[in-house]
Design a protein around this ligand. Structure first.
Ligand code: HEC
Length: 104
């Protein structure tokens, strides 16, 4: 049934549009106060990394799964401190989303 497939396609497009619309355009990593307060001192105000400190979070190299990102932020990694207990799961999820979104 062609019409049925079209209806499914229209639904998917509408879903994608609504999903995008829910993230305000100004909600980038660099504009998240949680990032500026907790992460910018090592990863830079624009998340592009700083010498001798945290790596860039917006480069292609940070292409990892949301689960891995959440794990690193929650539990830390080498010189990256852990944020379990310092940030709420919601705040960590938002950071993960914004890091992922900066790759597109
Ligand atoms: C004290 C400095 C410091 C702070 C504060 C800090 N980081 Fe990091 N971060 C690092 C360092 C150093 C690494 C590299 C760890 C390694 O792989 O050795 C890192 C790695 C990461 C990575 C993995 C990047 C990659 O390519 O492997 C992510 C994601 C990350 N940090 C996110 C955050 C977020 C989000 C915050 C704020 C909640 C934050 N960091 C706060 C120093 C810091």
């Amino acid at each position: 049934m062609k019409a049925g497939r079209l209806a499914i396609a229209v639904c998917l497009v509408l879903f994608a549009l609504t999903a995008t619309a829910q993230t305000p355009p100004d909600a980038t990593l660099a504009e998240n106060p949680v990032f500026q307060k907790n992460c910018a001192k090592c990863h830079g105000k624009t998340a592009e990394g700083r010498h001798f400190a945290g790596p860039s979070l917006v480069s292609e190299k940070t292409l990892m799964s949301a689960d891995d990102l959440r794990d690193i932020i929650t539990n830390g990694k080498h010189h990256m401190p852990k944020f379990a207990g310092k940030l709420t799961p919601d705040e960590i999820n938002t950071l993960v989303q914004q890091i992922t979104a900066s790759k597109k």
